[in-house]
Write a protein that binds this ligand. Sequence first.
Ligand code: MLT
Length: 396
Amino acid sequence: MSDAAAAKVLFEITEDKVDTGLRGFPTSYVRTSAVDPDDGVSYVGYPIEDIAYIEPEAAVYLLFHKNLPNADQLGAFKADLARRATLDPRVVTMLGNLPKDGHPMEWLMAGLNYMGMLTKTGNFREDGLNMIARSSELIANIFRLREGWGAPIASKPELGLVENMVHMLGVPGGDTGKLTRLLRIYYVIHMDHGGGNLSTFTGKAIASGLADQYSSMVGAMAALYGPLHGRANQECLEFVKKVSDATGGRADGDAVEAFVRKELASGGKLFGFGHAVLRAEDPRARVQYKLGEEICGDDPLFKICALLRERGVKVLKENVKIQNPYPNVDAVSGSLTNACGLTDPEYYTVLFGFARIAGIAAQIVDERTVARGGKGVPIYRPEDVVKDQPFRRLEQ
Ligand code: MLT
C-alpha cells in the first residue's frame, strides 16, 4: 500500500467545503497550542486559564521549547532576550517620519519591515527571538511618536518584555502598576491560538516560500489588521461606548438588553461575541472578566461589558441558528485597556500584535526547522476548483 493510501482519513473533500475559508481543513501540524471548541486554547497542553498568570517570558519560552522553564532556564532566557532587545535607532527615526493618520497597525508593519531590512540574519529562530525582544521598544515608540507624547524614553530591557514596554510608553497620567498587571496577562493570553487563525496561517504561508521571518511577520500583521480578525478588539470598545451612550452610561441590565435587542433587530451585531472555532465562552474572556473585577470593577465601561456578558448571551441564545452566543477574547479587553490608561482603541490591535508576534514566530520556526524531520513544510500550494471558465479561443 502506498503511503498516501495508508494515510489516516482526517476529512473528506466534498464540494460544499469549497469557498468556506478552509473551515475544517487541517493544513499543518501545530506544536505550540491547540484550540478546543469547548475548552478554548491550551499552550503545549496547559489550559490558558492556568498559564495566563505566568511570566510573559516563560510563556514565550514554552512556545519555543515546548516545556516550561525552571528558574535557571527562565533567568537565562530573560537575559538572552534583554541582550537582543536594542532596536536599531534608524527604525525609530523612520517611525518619526510616518504620517500620523496612518493606522498604528500600518506603523507596526512599516516598523517590522524596516527592522528586517536593517537587521535580519536570515535564520528563522534568531530573527524570531530578536523580533520578540525588540518589539517592546517598537510598540512603545509607535504610541509615543504617533501620539506626540514626547521623545522616545530610553529602553530598560532588564525590566522584562512587558514591563519595559510600559516603561517606554510613559503614558501621560497613566497608572503604570495597573497597566503592567493587565498587559502581562494580556500578552500571555493573546500570544497564540492554534495554527489556523488568519495571521498565523498567513505568516506560515509566506515563510513557506522562504521569505524571511520579518517579511512573513509583516504579512501576518496585515492579516491581523483586518476587522474580522485582530482589529475586532478596536471595534469592540467602540461598540461598548455606543452601548454606554445609548443607555445614558447607566449600568442597567434592562437598558442594555433593550439596546441589544434593538441593535440585532436592525441588522447590527454584538461585537466580541461568537468565534470561528469556539462554541463556549472563551476562557481568555473569563480571565479578563476576573481581572477586571479586581482592577477596574467600578469602571463604567467594564460594567457595561459585564452586563453584555449576561444579557447579550441571553438574547443571542434565543436565536437557535447562532452556534456560539458567548464572549470571545475581544469582548472585554478594550475596556480593561481603557480603564488602565490606554484610551484610544485605534492602538488595541497593535497590543494584540505585540503578543501574537511571539506565537507566530514560534510556529514559523517549527514549520521551517522542525517539520518533516527538519526539512520544513514545502511551499503552500493548495488546490482550487475551476468555475465559470468555459474553454474558448480568440477569434482569428
Ligand atoms: C483568536 O485569537 O481568537 C484568533 O486569532 C481567531 C482565530 O482563532 O481564528
